[in-house]
Design a binder for this molecule. Structure first.
Ligand code: ATP
Ligand code: MG
Length: 508
């Protein structure tokens, strides 16, 4: 990412900061990598994200280099023991069993090594054989069998981290709900194409609220629905402020654990009847995750999918009431939406409200935002019963869409280009640049003097709005010349008035 594109990235992130701030959200900055276990549990081990898209590696203590760095095995084994005792190597059950074996074998190895020097004849042959066997066994233990560190992954998404942080920092004790937003890179091993990258950026937000003990789940349906609607309203306010074009919101309810489980069974039974007509991906999903069949874009499957049972007809009373209330709340906020019963999410943790937003100019990767409710995720990760709703915006796609819409627009690289000529003019030019920069203008000051024609040409190329022209006359009279580059119009302004003039306070 390079300038001037990074200006747009900054504007997008700054706008998010401002808009989300008006809704009471504070920024959280979670780490880029976390224990693999966190994502496996939160996102779900069977999902595409965890099963094939995550970048995972094994950590290890700093003073245990990789095997190929040519360490002698006994020395390496000694270091493993030291690190294990310091708890720099995880005390998992398999490691705890191995450490005894390792210590015994290492002791014996050292004894054999010492006695080898004095041994003779058949004793020497036997000891040498043992030396070789032990050496190989020690290598096996330290390089293959031992888990030298935890498995860690580059984050494929941030909701899991936010929930982890909520638990770890006792945020349930803060005034509820806790409203957090974040931005940063995410990593997924996918086939790179337009709008789909292996390192991509998300802007997301989460609303987390601990459920008081013994609360009747039916009691707060209206409140939850209002929170859902406000979160959606906030994303749309953000997009509107950016001037994003062709924004379409789709919503759905995917029920809760109970009614969805029943629906999924029904769906599976129906799909089994037509399994032979489905493509290989969907055939597999009938077994692993029937909901994902609804996601299919295969032409040949569309007719079949249209005839499948719809979740809206199978929601339990609470889920149906909540869904109806979300729609009413969106209406009160003037938010236009379309219902899409086939909208399911690829992550395990979602329930009830789900939504997706698409925008213009993105081809087939046109989803710029996905979100939904995930009550129960915090509890799954070891916290108290907690409600959650959130979304993630694909920032790369958002930027692509904004660029698509503003095609042809010239990037405004500078506000003022200071064109100066003559030795005396340089000091004035420097002072002018200092004054203008202090007032917040983006100023280009050429390091050496240039003929005015060349300077104005460069100002044009940089997309400057104004050129401040400082030659002998201007220095002598204190009357500076300002040229508006788009119109070619020129006028004189005094040194004192230059800032006010450029701020538009003096008639132009
Ligand atoms: P898709 O169906 O497009 O793969 P997803 O369901 O995997 O999206 P989420 O996990 O919901 O996506 O992430 C939210 C948003 O992040 C998406 O709507 C999209 O804008 C963006 N996104 C997801 N994966 C990528 C990627 N590899 N490159 C760029 N943006 C992405
Ligand atoms: Mg995906």
């Amino acid at each position: 990412m390079l300038p001037p594109e990074t200006d747009l990235w900054n504007r997008v992130e700054q706008t998010a900061r401002e808009v989300f701030g008006t809704f009471g959200f504070g920024e959280i900055r979670p780490p880029i990598f976390e224990p693999t276990e966190l994502f496996a549990r939160a996102v779900g081990g069977e999902t595409d994200i965890v099963s094939k898209e995550m970048y995972t590696f094994q950590d290890r203590p700093a003073d245990l280099p990789e095997q190929h760095k040519g360490f002698v095995v006994p020395e390496y084994a000694r270091r493993v023991i030291v690190n294990f005792d310091r708890r720099e190597i995880p005390h998992t059950e398999p490691n705890q069993n191995l450490i005894h074996e390792l210590k015994e074998k290492l002791d014996r190895f050292e004894w054999v090594d010492k006695n080898l020097k004095a041994a003779k004849g058949s004793e020497l042959v036997a000891l040498f054989g043992e030396y070789e066997t032990l050496y190989t066994e020690l290598a096996q233990i330290v390089f293959v069998k031992f888990a030298l560190g935890d498995l860690v992954s580059l984050r494929p998404e941030a909701t899991a981290s936010v929930c982890r942080a909520y638990i770890e920092h006792g945020m349930h004790a803060l005034p509820q709900p806790v409203k957090l937003w974040y931005t940063g890179p995410m990593f997924r091993r996918e086939r790179p194409q337009k709008g789909r990258y292996r390192q991509f950026y998300q802007i997301g937000a989460e609303v987390l609220e601990m459920v008081p003990p013994n609360q009747d789940p039916a009691k707060n349906i209206g409140k939850d629905a209002a929170v859902d609607a406000e979160v959606i309203e906030m994303v749309l306010a953000f997009f509107a402020k950016l001037g994003l074009e062709g924004v379409k919101l789709e919503i759905n309810s995917i029920g809760d654990r109970e009614c969805r489980t029943k629906y999924v069974e029904l769906l599976r039974a129906e799909l089994l009847k037509v399994k032979h007509k489905l493509g290989p991906d969907s055939q597999r999903r009938v077994e692993t995750n029937p909901l994902r069949v609804l996601d299919s874009k295969l032409d040949s499957e569309q007719g079949i999918i249209a005839g499948l049972p719809k979740i809206a007809d199978h929601l339990c009373a609470n889920c149906a009431a909540q869904y109806a209330e979300v729609k009413r709340q969106l209406g009160m906020r003037g938010v236009a939406y379309a219902e899409n019963w086939r909208l399911v999410r690829g992550l395990d943790y979602y329930m009830r409200t789900t939504f997706e937003i698409t925008a213009l100019g993105l081809g087939s990767q046109n989803a710029v935002c996905g979100g939904g409710r995930y009550d129960g995720l915090v509890e799954l990760l070891g916290g108290q019963p907690t409600k959650g709703i959130g979304f993630a915006i694909g920032e790369d796609r958002l930027i692509l869409s904004l660029q698509e819409a503003s095609k042809g627009g010239v990037a405004q690289g500078r506000d003022v280009f200071v064109a100066w000529m003559g030795e005396k003019a340089q000091a004035t030019a420097i002072a002018a640049a200092q004054k203008l920069r202090a007032a917040g203008f983006r100023v280009e000051l050429p390091p050496v003097e240039q003929k005015f024609g060349k300077a104005l040409g460069q100002a044009d190329k940089l997309g400057a709005r104004y050129a401040l022209i400082l030659g002998d006359d201007e220095i002598a009279t204190g009357q500076w010349t300002v040229k508006t580059l788009a119109s070619g119009e020129q006028r004189t302004v005094t040194a004192e008035d230059i800032v006010k003039f450029l701020q538009g306070e003096i008639e132009q």
